[in-house]
Design a protein around this ligand. Sequence first.
Ligand code: SF4
Length: 117
Amino acid sequence: MDIFLSGTNAVTEDGKLFNVDASGNRVGAMFVGPKKTIVVAGVNKIVKDLEAAEKPVREWAAPQNAKRLNRKTPCVETGVCGDCSSPDRICNIYVTLGKKPSRTDVAVILVGENLGI
Ligand code: SF4
Protein backbone atom coordinates (compact mmCIF):
# COMPACT_ATOMS: atom_id res chain seq x y z
CA MET A 1 0.00 0.00 0.00
CA ASP A 2 1.41 3.37 -0.93
CA ILE A 3 -0.76 5.72 1.15
CA PHE A 4 -2.97 5.16 4.19
CA LEU A 5 -5.32 7.99 5.15
CA SER A 6 -6.49 8.14 8.75
CA GLY A 7 -7.81 10.29 11.54
CA THR A 8 -6.45 10.14 15.07
CA ASN A 9 -7.93 10.24 18.54
CA ALA A 10 -5.53 12.88 19.83
CA VAL A 11 -2.47 14.96 18.93
CA THR A 12 -0.38 16.19 21.85
CA GLU A 13 1.17 19.64 21.90
CA ASP A 14 4.61 18.03 21.70
CA GLY A 15 3.69 16.08 18.56
CA LYS A 16 2.67 12.62 19.68
CA LEU A 17 -0.33 10.75 18.25
CA PHE A 18 -2.58 8.79 20.59
CA ASN A 19 -5.09 6.23 19.39
CA VAL A 20 -7.43 3.70 20.94
CA ASP A 21 -8.53 0.77 18.81
CA ALA A 22 -10.70 -2.31 19.17
CA SER A 23 -8.95 -4.92 17.04
CA GLY A 24 -5.77 -3.07 16.11
CA ASN A 25 -6.48 -3.03 12.39
CA ARG A 26 -6.49 0.77 12.24
CA VAL A 27 -3.40 1.44 14.34
CA GLY A 28 -1.57 -1.46 12.72
CA ALA A 29 -2.26 -0.14 9.26
CA MET A 30 -1.24 3.38 10.30
CA PHE A 31 2.33 2.40 11.12
CA VAL A 32 3.14 -0.93 9.45
CA GLY A 33 2.73 -1.51 5.73
CA PRO A 34 2.05 1.75 3.91
CA LYS A 35 4.91 3.81 2.53
CA LYS A 36 3.19 6.95 3.76
CA THR A 37 0.43 7.59 6.30
CA ILE A 38 -1.45 10.86 6.17
CA VAL A 39 -3.27 11.75 9.38
CA VAL A 40 -5.92 14.47 9.20
CA ALA A 41 -7.03 15.99 12.50
CA GLY A 42 -9.18 18.92 13.55
CA VAL A 43 -8.06 21.34 16.24
CA ASN A 44 -10.47 19.63 18.62
CA LYS A 45 -8.03 16.67 18.72
CA ILE A 46 -5.16 18.73 20.14
CA VAL A 47 -4.47 17.99 23.82
CA LYS A 48 -1.75 19.16 26.19
CA ASP A 49 -0.04 15.81 26.75
CA LEU A 50 -0.54 12.05 26.82
CA GLU A 51 -2.17 12.24 30.23
CA ALA A 52 -4.80 14.54 28.74
CA ALA A 53 -5.19 12.39 25.62
CA GLU A 54 -6.98 9.41 27.11
CA LYS A 55 -9.67 11.31 28.99
CA PRO A 56 -11.67 12.72 26.03
CA VAL A 57 -11.40 9.38 24.24
CA ARG A 58 -12.85 7.42 27.14
CA GLU A 59 -15.35 10.08 28.19
CA TRP A 60 -16.61 11.17 24.77
CA ALA A 61 -15.25 9.61 21.58
CA ALA A 62 -15.38 5.92 22.55
CA PRO A 63 -18.98 6.00 23.83
CA GLN A 64 -20.03 7.87 20.68
CA ASN A 65 -18.19 5.39 18.46
CA ALA A 66 -19.63 2.42 20.35
CA LYS A 67 -23.09 3.86 19.75
CA ARG A 68 -22.34 4.51 16.06
CA LEU A 69 -21.10 0.93 15.65
CA ASN A 70 -24.16 -0.45 17.44
CA ARG A 71 -22.05 -2.15 20.10
CA LYS A 72 -23.63 -3.69 23.17
CA THR A 73 -21.57 -1.87 25.77
CA PRO A 74 -22.57 -0.02 28.95
CA CYS A 75 -21.45 3.32 27.51
CA VAL A 76 -24.03 3.09 24.74
CA GLU A 77 -26.72 3.03 27.44
CA THR A 78 -25.20 5.54 29.86
CA GLY A 79 -23.11 7.78 27.61
CA VAL A 80 -20.07 7.41 29.88
CA CYS A 81 -17.27 4.88 30.03
CA GLY A 82 -17.62 2.15 32.63
CA ASP A 83 -14.28 0.50 31.77
CA CYS A 84 -16.33 -2.49 30.69
CA SER A 85 -15.32 -6.08 30.02
CA SER A 86 -17.92 -6.49 27.33
CA PRO A 87 -17.08 -8.69 24.32
CA ASP A 88 -18.16 -5.67 22.29
CA ARG A 89 -15.65 -3.35 24.02
CA ILE A 90 -13.92 -1.04 21.52
CA CYS A 91 -11.18 0.30 23.83
CA ASN A 92 -8.71 -2.56 23.79
CA ILE A 93 -5.48 -1.27 22.27
CA TYR A 94 -3.78 1.98 23.26
CA VAL A 95 -1.06 3.18 20.91
CA THR A 96 1.20 6.21 21.19
CA LEU A 97 3.28 7.27 18.22
CA GLY A 98 6.25 9.10 19.73
CA LYS A 99 8.35 9.63 16.61
CA LYS A 100 8.30 8.62 12.96
CA PRO A 101 8.18 4.82 12.55
CA SER A 102 11.27 3.34 10.94
CA ARG A 103 9.50 2.08 7.82
CA THR A 104 6.59 4.48 7.35
CA ASP A 105 6.59 8.19 6.65
CA VAL A 106 3.86 9.97 8.61
CA ALA A 107 2.43 13.39 7.79
CA VAL A 108 -0.07 15.09 10.11
CA ILE A 109 -2.39 17.70 8.62
CA LEU A 110 -4.06 19.89 11.23
CA VAL A 111 -7.28 21.52 10.04
CA GLY A 112 -8.45 24.72 11.72
CA GLU A 113 -11.90 23.45 12.61
CA ASN A 114 -13.48 20.70 14.67
CA LEU A 115 -13.46 17.37 12.84
CA GLY A 116 -14.82 14.00 13.96
CA ILE A 117 -15.51 12.80 17.45
S1 SF4 B 1 -14.23 0.63 27.84
FE1 SF4 B 1 -16.30 -0.16 27.36
S2 SF4 B 1 -17.67 1.25 28.43
FE2 SF4 B 1 -15.71 2.30 28.25
S3 SF4 B 1 -15.87 3.52 26.38
FE3 SF4 B 1 -14.85 1.57 25.87
S4 SF4 B 1 -16.53 0.25 25.17
FE4 SF4 B 1 -17.45 1.95 26.28
